[in-house]
Design a protein around this ligand. Sequence first.
Ligand code: KG4
Ligand code: ZN
Length: 334
Amino acid sequence: MKILGIETSCDETAVAVVEDGRIIHANVVRSQMEEHGLYGGVVPEIASRRHTEQIVAVTDQALCEAQTTLDRLDAIAVTYTPGLIGALLVGVNFAKGIALMTQKPLIPMHHIKGHIAANYLAHPDLRPPFLCLVISGGHSHIIEVLSYTAYRVVGRTRDDAVGESYDKIARSLGLPYPGGVHLDQAASKGDPSRYSLPRPSIPGFPYDFSFSGLKTAVLNQIHNATQKGERVNPADMAASFQEAVCDLIESRLMAAAAELCYDTIVLAGGVSANSGIRSRMERACVAAGKQLYVPPLSLCGDNAAMIAAGAYHEWQAGTVAGMDLNAVASMPIA
Ligand code: KG4
Ligand code: ZN
């Protein structure tokens, strides 16, 4: 079964063709990063306009690369939640138009479920159940993936998402937009023990995160140094912050895996591209005798192949949307 996936929830216009939730025939991602970079962050109005301008060309390119046509596809899948409402609406309405024209089923997809499904594309042997850490610009969740379509959230951030913290700290350290990847690169050249930073925890909720206290501690140290006419060392601060994030993630995830008896741990979302988090979790999983799956870098960030991959299983479970499908800015995964 071949599914056309459409993803426009933030600043990537993406269209893909995926077969049986596992085989990528095309995966086109057109990023608006450069333009949003002028403003230091995603400007929702610009994102919607660029999606509107790009979506037809990106779809044409995906069909061309997959050497197929709309009438030879079996279904149309689209991200309808969560995300920027105006950006989501472009993809949802475009998908509805194609589904109506071709009389193919329309499959609604949750963006975070898509991030998890990115791993099915890269790892043919991966099957639920497993424990998944989803870390992106807007989400930080520890999720039990009970089946291809059933999820249970066991831990979440109480405030900022980890990607959000990376981006804000990167900006304060004067690193270019988008900050996460640049902070990661800076961290690899720094001393992780140079600055002392907190590892916040929430009493009674061992798998929850709080990144805002950690972020504020970093920003305070940067501002205090500035007030004294000094400057923190960006690489050392980046390394100290990344070390704290790795400590928080490793402790929560490994405790949840032990308690809930999971031998398979999966990372997903844009921040799973982080080299420090990947290598720390690889070491922790080897030491604990657990199997770790991470997406290849090309499938960590937003893309439409992950949407089509997840949609295959939603379709098999009988999930189909009508022509009244609407975009929803936020919705829990379970
Ligand atoms: O999943 P994603 O592409 O979009 C959302 O659904 O939010 O994640 C984007 C986030 C951004 O905050 C970006 O800075 C972060 O992922 N990111 C990274 C790295 N690459 C991307 N954060 C840390 N280290 C990286 N290497
Ligand atoms: Zn995402």
